[in-house]
Design a binder for this molecule. Structure first.
Ligand code: FA5
Length: 343
């Protein structure tokens, strides 16, 4: 018996001395002291020995196990020291290398544009009024003078949630909600938010985009007030040298209706795909609130009048930043987005 253990001890100690790194040391531990290790197997075999031999064999086996554990710990300490010393030499850090800048979040260019718009309209006395993105057909169309089957509904290609619920195609339903909230008081609000249209995505049109609706209701409001507000906005947003024009247009909820264009900064008026080769970029639809709409909002059109407009901040951001394709804004390309704000 003792010869078996002596041989095991010698073999174990010499292979322990040969282990030179943590992996080999771990393998050695498994080999002798692990669950299927040689010493463990020996200890398990004691039960099958004649009864009188068992105490002595058990004692000898235990001694060997303790000895090997002790030597293993000592060797482990040695190897760790060697490995640490090597790592300190080989894995030095060059502290003179330039660091990597951590990425912090930043504001999206459309958020930045919207904030500038809020500030300009706030100075003209407009409050921000929030309205829902998922709207009823009633508010998106019907109360805006577009009964079911009205052909003007085709102006807005619509995502339907159900027969009578839509993703709003414009922020104009916010006009109606504001009127019904404020009536019979005068109103001066802007309604910013996302709109959705089931239409072809192009360099100038997205299926999801923002609008900023404006609405002013009072007793003496005229088209001249609308022109003044639009011109002041354009000067503040784009600078005094930029050109703006009004074009006669049609919307079911305004009469008369206009469209507001800015000269195209991208081509300098020469014509490009953003301005559909006209030299002008449409930034808003607008007009005097239709009497039917005033009445639906609770106001007497004999006594009250008002103007409304719906602007496209993406188009405005394109003009301001010389961006020639609207799709960049929602393409999630950080190389594009980091050019704005503090990304
Ligand atoms: C409207 O949506 C009307 N509700 C605007 C209005 C409000 C008129 C109040 C009268 C009174 P229009 O479909 O033209 O109108 O859109 C208004 C603006 O939203 C456009 O001038 C444009 O700047 C922007 N816009 C419209 N469709 C898109 C689109 N697919 N992608 C990006 N911007 C768009």
């Amino acid at each position: 018996m003792s010869t078996v253990l002596e041989a095991m001890e010698q073999a174990a100690l010499s292979s322990l001395a040969a282990a030179t790194n943590s992996e080999e040391l771990e393998a050695w531990h498994q080999d002798y002291l692990g669950r299927k290790g040689k010493v463990t197997v020996f200890m398990r075999s004691i039960g099958s020995l004649p009864a009188e031999e068992r105490p002595q064999a058990g004692q000898a086996g235990n001694q060997l196990r303790l000895l090997l554990e002790e030597r293993h710990t000592a060797r482990q300490t040695e190897i760790r020291e060697v490995e640490l010393a090597r790592a300190l030499v080989e894995e030095t850090i060059d502290v003179t290398l330039p660091g990597r800048r951590p990425w912090t979040g930043g504001l999206h260019p459309i958020t930045l544009t919207l904030r500038r718009m809020y500030a300009i309209f706030a100075e003209m006395g407009f409050q921000v009024y929030r309205s829902r993105e998922v709207e009823s057909d009633l508010y998106n169309f019907e109360l805006l003078n577009m009964p079911p089957e009205h052909p003007a509904r085709d102006m807005w290609d619509t995502f339907y949630v159900s027969d009578s619920v839509v993703l709003r195609t414009h922020t104009s339903p916010g006009q109606m909600r504001a009127m019904r909230d404020y009536c019979p008081e005068p109103v001066r609000v802007i309604v910013p938010g996302k709109c959705y249209r089931y239409e072809q995505v192009t360099a100038r049109s997205e299926f999801m985009f923002h609008q900023v609706e404006g609405l002013a209701i009072g007793t003496d409001i005229t088209l001249a007030d609308l022109k003044g507000v639009m011109a002041t906005f354009a000067r503040r947003m784009f600078g005094p040298e930029r050109q703006m024009r009004f074009r006669a247009s049609y919307f079911p909820f305004t009469e008369p209706s206009v469209e507001v264009d800015m000269d195209c900064i991208i081509c300098g008026g020469e014509g490009c795909r953003v301005c559909k080769h006209t030299g002008w970029v449409e930034i808003a639809g607008a007009g005097m609130v239709h009497p039917t709409v005033l009445r639906n909002g609770g106001y007497d059109p004999e006594q009250f009048s008002g103007f409304a407009f719906g602007m496209g901040p993406e188009r405005i951001a394109m003009i301001l930043n010389d961006v020639d394709d609207i799709r960049y804004f929602y393409g999630n390309d950080l190389r594009f987005l980091r050019q704005f704000g503090n990304l």
